[in-house]
Design a protein around this ligand. Sequence first.
Ligand SMILES: [Zn+2]
Length: 476
Amino acid sequence: MRAATPIAVCLALAASSYAAADTIILKNGRRIVAANVTQDASRVTYHTPAGDLSIPRSIVARIDHDDFTYAPASADHSQPPVSAPPIEPVPGFETVASLAVHGDAIDYAYLSNLDSDAGSGSPMAVGKDAAAHHAAAQFLEHKGDTDAAIDQYREALIFAPQNNGLLLNLALLYLQQSQFTAALDPLERARRTSPDSPDVAKMMGWAYYGANKMDLAIEEWKRAEQLRPDTQVEQALAKVERDKAEEESYREGETDHFALKYNGGATPDLARDILRALEDDFRDLESQLDYTPPEQIAVILYTQQAFVDITRAPGWVGALNDGRLRIPVQGLTEVTPDLRRVLKHELTHSFVGQKSHGRAPTWLQEGIAQWMEGRRSSPTAGGLVEAAAQGEAPPLATMEGSWMGLSGNSAAFAYAWSLAVVESIIDAGGVSDVSRLLDRIATSPSSEAAVQETLHSNYAGLNEQTVAYLKHAYLR
Ligand SMILES: [Zn+2]
């Protein structure tokens, strides 16, 4: 039996700050979505905008702690720790660029002529060749063909092996694809010609950080700071140093796809079981999202206190993924169903982040992560449809960036809405639609453009589809 949720999720949570959304399931099948649910021997009490209400415990079947709390601490799911410096390999060759790419296509005959000329070794011919391949690479990257873009830089480097612009652009493509080890090769070559380049040090720090080599990341970012102070590098450095200090005494474990660190808050058995669960999840996500993260993923198990100290996340954040999976496991001795869901949720963020080159909007990140962990919209459908009917369906454009500024109730609503949107996409076209959307977002000028190209709908249309889906699936 389906009973309408008495109040919209957003309202149910309105009076609670950062509280989890719980669902009280009554023995008659009715569900109450509420915040701050507490119970004693005889009564179950929950919070509503009208004040605390309580019901006899004898009519309650169970309480699901349906927490929306293991949230993004920020929008930085798998986002790079620093951004790439703008690099123009060969300034002053705009004409060459427009001859290499015109009419929305690459002029391969022109490129091949330039390659022949560059074979002479004349600096002018080599410069032209580099500029042309750079233009072609940028065009291909924009079209979403990163592998072909990489090939363009490789061809140009045959004639201009010491051109730092080419080397750094090539490294950037690898970094954006999370191929950190591959990125180190061009960076090391750039270092040989420009030992004092702050850009090389900044990007090397990024590569080492991604490859989970924290000592080397610290070394490079310190060097970058000395060469040219940079706020981004300063922040990244502070963060990695906090991590390193905390993890010094941690034990380690490793599987094909994960590098795990944990302290005395976790037992070796728990660590092993977590790795096993993550490997299962990895295989599942790999096939569902048609993507394999190229490097090992770092996972850190914390005590609650260490988690709070290190992540500096607000109190309502239960676990997070900022490129490394950070999971508090205090008091756990085995992989409980809740922990399983958290692991799958956070791992999904890694897949989504890397596949979209760190560009997936937050609504899509959280929608997919919730869907993959097994969450569905049944408890929230009534409230969401009601909210939409009152004109309160949130425009997806407002849910693309960080959710940090949202109040607890708005965040819960944003999570529920995002899940519903992703559910409706998957209902209409399968998980493969989500996979294609992520590929497109990696290179589209905007997320909405990618939605338009892959799903043939704009954001408003997607919201309409979501409401129709919720009514059809849950409210008939
Ligand atoms: Zn999340």
